[in-house]
Every structure is written in C-alpha cells, then in structure tokens.
Design a protein around this ligand. Structure first.
Ligand SMILES: C[S@@+](CC[C@H](N)C(=O)[O-])C[C@H]1O[C@@H](n2cnc3c(N)ncnc32)[C@H](O)[C@@H]1O
Length: 211
C-alpha cells in the first residue's frame, strides 16, 4: 500500500483523538480533529513562496496532510506533538516527515537540532496548540521561539475557537508583532477563526506606499 493510500485509510481518526482528549482535555484542547475546511483556510495564509514549515501540535495530522498536499516536501516539514500516542500515529502516517515527540515550549532547541533555524529557517509556523488555555509566560516563550526560527517576514498561523485573538495583547506588544484576523469557518467542530501574526517591521505587512 502506498503511503498516500495508507494515510487515506488511517486519517478518519476522530476516535484516537477523542480518547486523548478524555485523558487530558486541557492539553489536547479539542474534542475532534480540525476539518479539511479549516485546514484549507490555514494553508491559504502561508507565504506564497514558502518551502519550510514547522507545525506545532500535529494531533492526528489534518494540517500535516494539508501541508504535504500544499506542496511542502516531507523533509521540509517539522512537526511537534507532545502526546506520545498521537506522536506514534503521526510517525506511522507520515514517513519522511520530521515528527518529534516534544513540547512546543522547547521549540528553539528542537528546531535547532533538526536544522530548522539559522541557515535554513522555517518560512512559517502553523499552530494547532490551545494557546487560549496557556499562561502568558508559556504563550510568550512559544511564540518568541517560533519567530526566532523564521526570517523577518515569517508568519505564525494559529486558529482559535474563541471569539477573540488567542494571543494576549501583552505578548503581541512585547514581541513587536501585528495580528490579523484572517478567516472564519462554521465547518469545524467547534467553528474556528484563523489568525496570522507577523513582525511589525516585516516588509510583508508594510503599507504599499512604504515599499
Ligand atoms: C487542538 S489539538 C490540534 C490538533 C491538530 N493540529 C488539528 O488541528 O486537528 C492540539 C494538539 O496540540 C498538542 N499539544 C498540546 N500542547 C502541546 C505542546 N506544549 N507541545 C506540542 N504539542 C502540544 C495536543 O496533544 C494536540 O494534539
């Protein structure tokens, strides 16, 4: 069986995900994997010429699958997943992708040891983490490390089930970021909003007249 057809067989993994949610609802942060519609909206916020991506909180691999479908080569994708069972699931499903069982709070070290910082940075970080339930210091540590792994025009793409920006204002300000509410979908359980964060000084977000 080819890796693609194997993935197609294994991807309806709501039960795997739900079991992990029962064990740790705060950390897993959702009762079911994201929808394909939400995955498409996340992909549409990637920089147009992106090549290397870091995914935080891979879960059952909905975004991983979408990233590969978007044209990202397996070797240019680094996925962090803290839950051991979900990590094993991702390793089985995505041969060739760098899937690490690790904490996004340790992103700087993990990215460096997998060659996703310095000379070969990531173009974007896609996050499925439940940022809303994280204390400020943890949010700040993860997002700061994510921007350290990207060039100045890098993007941090995040979804939320909440009604407002999931990253605290103090975190956005202290890291010199700007936030943009990019899209919303009812076709997800629960409905979700996509936010994009970039450095304030990034050329990618400067007004046209300033370019
Ligand atoms: C809301 S789920 C999203 C899963 C998947 N991206 C999706 O959209 O279906 C959050 C995922 O992040 C993982 N996670 C939570 N905290 C984490 C951390 N500190 N580091 C890495 N992964 C984490 C959880 O185990 C879970 O799989």
């Amino acid at each position: 069986m080819t890796p693609d057809s194997e993935r197609a067989r294994e991807l309806p993994t709501g039960w795997t995900f739900f079991r992990q949610w029962l064990k740790n609802p705060i950390r897993v942060a959702a009762i079911s994997p994201s929808s394909k519609q939400l995955a498409r909206q996340m992909m549409s916020q990637l920089p147009p010429t992106c090549r290397r991506i870091i995914e935080l909180g891979g879960g059952t691999g909905v975004f991983t699958e979408a990233l590969l479908g978007h044209g990202i080569a397996p070797a240019d994708l680094l996925v962090l997943e803290l839950n051991e069972e979900l990590h094993q699931h991702l390793v089985r499903l995505f041969p060739g992708v760098g899937v690490v069982c690790g904490d996004a709070g340790d992103l700087r070290r993990i990215a460096e040891s997998h060659g996703f910082a310095g000379e070969q940075p990531a173009d974007a970080v896609i996050s499925g983490l439940g940022l809303l339930s994280m204390p400020r210091s943890i949010q700040q540590g993860i997002i700061s490390a994510a921007f350290d792994c990207m060039p100045p025009e890098g993007r941090f793409v995040q979804f939320t089930y909440g009604p407002a920006n999931p990253v605290m204002r103090e975190v956005i300000e202290s890291l010199g970021l700007v936030a943009r509410r990019a899209s919303f979908t009812w076709w997800n359980v629960p409905p979700a909003t996509v936010y994009v964060y970039q450095r304030r000084t990034s050329r990618a977000i400067a007004p046209r007249s300033m370019r």
